[in-house]
Design a protein around this ligand. Sequence first.
Ligand code: ADP
Ligand code: ADP
Length: 214
Amino acid sequence: MRLIIIGPPGAGKGTQAAKIVEKYSIPHISTGDMLRENIKNSTELGIEAQGYMDKGVLVPDHLVIKIVQERITRDDCANGFLLDGFPRTVAQAVSLDAELDKLGIKLDNVINIDVDKDLLVNRAISRRVCNKCGATYNIISNPPKEDNICDNDGEPLYQRSDDTEETVSTRIQVYLDQTSPLIDYYKAQGLLSDIDGTKDITDVTEQIFKALDN
Ligand code: ADP
Ligand code: ADP
């Protein structure tokens, strides 16, 4: 299974990605998570990316393309992978197609999670994340068992610095301008599965599994 999950910020990509990679035993490749890890470790890439991420705008294509090219050639991707948050521009998609061609492999499906704009801001500002295992919660729709503590490992949860109302609004606009053209790009390749992301988490998972099983 070689999959992409796309959707605006707060649509539920990370939440659904966790369920998909468990079912299909493939690695979850999130460029947002990889960039945040680089920021945490103060790498050259992290230092360069942070200014863009804090503003809610995209990190330049060449930086992100490089890390994904390296990541998908690792051994654990031999049976597939799920890309979450990449590609985010047509230029990234074109470069991914070229890379996959070079490797002699093809995508199986592009899962497009559709959610109305007015739901997204509330979802993102009430998102909480585990620093250790990356699990995602929501203080309203998907709370942990114990306030602010990860169910998996007991670590405290944190709020992403870019999950403020202002930055999320910028990120939604960036999605509409730069990422949403990918919907037509992948539709033209016959790969797109449209998913109604406004439903509750288990319903969305069911829609995705149904689309992938077809
Ligand atoms: P993305 O990766 O697309 O930015 P996340 O998976 O992190 O989105 O989800 C954003 C927030 O919304 C999280 O707090 C998550 O718990 C919550 N969430 C995800 N899916 C749903 C859903 N179907 N209904 C309500 N809340 C959801
Ligand atoms: P969300 O889950 O809300 O969609 P991500 O964690 O995927 O957010 O991304 C957070 C930020 O990381 C983005 O606002 C952007 O600055 C940067 N980023 C992540 N993936 C990419 C990418 N493929 N291209 C450019 N910037 C990216």
